[in-house]
Design a protein. Structure first.
Length: 263
């Protein structure tokens, strides 16, 4: 069977699709996790960019595990028949194969498997995009020349911090795209005023190229931009000079473009 290597997903339905943003800034004291200052900037930045791409965006702040699962269940039962795709973003801390809600862990595998065809038939054959801004380890990336961009981290202003924990890359199935703020085993950097490096650069790329470039081309460009940053000054002296490289795992079976919707 001869296949067209340039075949694209159908993105001409009436709706672009649902986009969920789970923004976790505060956590229950018993989890011993630091607050994620700067994450509101990430949420607002994503909200603007995704709305520009015609997504129906639903942001949520500091939900508990049960509240997140209820939102996910509603999204699974939402009719995606007239939608191009589905997108979900988690802004939180991470650990192993989980991300944190306000009061505990959520399995990434369970969250993504909920959107497979047997549970969500209206998304069969359609792109399902998951984006995770969370730390994935206990190591900083050592810089190797060239160093292009530096980040000045002022302790009393726009401080640079890391998201705690570790998240492993997980395959999810056909037509899924899993995007992670940092390669496994390394820290993800976040500025307390401007938000995370990853979401800042992702939103810039979406603003500049969102309707023109194929999505894996955009994610590769995001990888490049984040990798060219480095920590110049920070309260954590061990972080100085360190870098970050995001990654993505694509199970997409066709090219994916967010071309402008015709009115």
């Amino acid at each position: 069977l001869q296949q067209n290597p340039g075949e694209e997903y159908v993105m001409s339905y009436n709706l672009r699709g649902l986009a969920l943003i789970f923004n976790q800034e505060y956590f229950s004291p018993e989890l011993h996790l630091p607050h994620r200052h700067g994450t509101k900037a990430d949420k607002n930045n994503l909200l603007r960019r995704l709305e520009e791409l015609s997504f129906a965006v639903r942001p949520y702040d500091n939900l508990t595990r049960q509240e997140v699962l209820a939102v996910i269940n509603d999204a699974v039962n939402w009719s995606h028949t007239e939608a191009d795709c589905f997108l979900c973003v988690f802004l939180s801390h991470g650990e192993n194969e989980c991300v944190f809600a306000r009061d505990g862990k959520l399995s990434i595998r369970d969250l993504t498997h909920t959107f497979k065809g047997d549970r969500c038939p209206s998304l069969v054959g359609k792109p399902k995009i998951f984006i995770f801004q969370a730390c994935r380890g206990d190591k900083h990336d050592e810089p190797v020349s060239p160093i292009v961009d530096v980040v000045d981290c002022e302790v009393h202003a726009n401080q640079l911090v890391v998201d705690a924990g570790t998240v492993h890359t997980l395959p999810a199935g056909a037509d899924f795209l899993m995007c992670y703020s940092v390669a496994e085993g390394y820290f993800s950097h976040r500025e307390t005023l401007n938000g995370s490096w990853y979401i800042q650069d992702l939103c810039e790329v979406l603003q500049e190229y969102g309707t023109r470039l194929e999505i894996t081309e955009m994610m590769t460009l995001v990888n490049r931009r984040v990798s060219l940053r480095r920590v110049e000054n920070c309260a954590d002296r061990n972080a100085i000079g360190k870098k970050q490289v995001p990654c993505y795992t694509s199970m997409l079976t066709k090219k994916l473009y967010f071309r402008s919707k015709k009115l």
